[in-house]
Design a protein around this ligand. Structure first.
Ligand code: ADP
Length: 219
């Protein structure tokens, strides 16, 4: 994955990113820290093609992401697991249905969906909540459900935007170890957090965004 001299300004003239360069290899794990408003979400959005850079280039797994549109963009996005800050679970579907939905949109067979579903829910400790709806879960459980949804298709790239933002310390640690576990199976993982303490719990590389500029805190 490569960000090359990426600048992002929004319509209201906000500078979110300024001349950002980043190179990651398959299987890398990276924390990106930074205060609220530092540009963390923007950086992830550029990586999964939800925003376009104002200048510079974005490459992921051989795709020129900043030039993708329509079907090609949709196909690219299906290869990326994204954990959103606000979970984005579908309210009137069960946790199992929320997670299975990803595989259905990928056109997977029912048998394969069943084969993947339960092990993934077990991995995030939610097998016993499979038939609950999101509102019946705690914040931490909903966050874990959103992680299950992001990883159920074993994406080669996982982007997690403040996945521990709303959680207590114990839940945050659990989420972190789930993400690290995935990384040991070969997924490239980027985790953003405003909490530098969280990043310091592991020995993974840490970069910081400050006023739209990205630099290493720990390599
Ligand atoms: P972070 O994730 O670190 O909190 P963001 O990437 O969300 O930071 O935001 C970076 C800057 O860009 C902020 O000043 C924010 O207000 C601005 N911003 C983010 N999204 C938009 C948008 N859709 N329109 C206008 N400004 C935006």
């Amino acid at each position: 994955m490569r960000l090359q001299a990426v600048t992002k300004t929004y319509d209201n003239q906000t500078w979110a990113l300024a001349g950002v360069n980043l190179n990651l290899r398959r299987g890398d794990f990276l924390f990106i820290t930074g205060a609220s408003g530092a540009g963390k979400s923007t950086l992830l959005k550029l990586l999964y093609g939800a925003e376009q850079p104002s200048a510079g280039r974005v490459y992921v797994a051989g795709y020129e992401v900043d030039r993708l549109q329509g079907d090609r963009l949709a196909r690219f996005r299906r290869r990326i697991g994204v954990v959103f800050q606000d979970y984005k679970l579908i309210a009137d579907r069960t946790i199992a249905e929320n997670v299975a939905f990803v595989l259905q949109t990928q056109g997977r067979r029912q048998r394969e969906i069943e084969r993947r579903l339960l092990p993934t829910l077990r991995m995030v400790g939610l097998a016993h909540k499979a038939d609950c709806r999101p509102h019946e879960l705690s914040g931490g459980e909903q966050q874990r459900a959103s992680i299950a949804r992001a990883i159920v298709s074993t994406p080669p790239l996982l982007l997690a935007d403040e996945p521990t933002g709303n959680l207590d310390f114990e839940n945050a640690q659990q989420i972190l170890s789930t993400l690290q576990n995935l990384n040991t199976y070969g997924a490239t993982v980027i985790v953003t957090t405003h909490d530098r303490h969280l990043a310091s719990l592991s020995n993974q590389p840490v970069m910081q965004l400050q006023q739209g500029r990205l630099f290493y805190v720990r390599k």
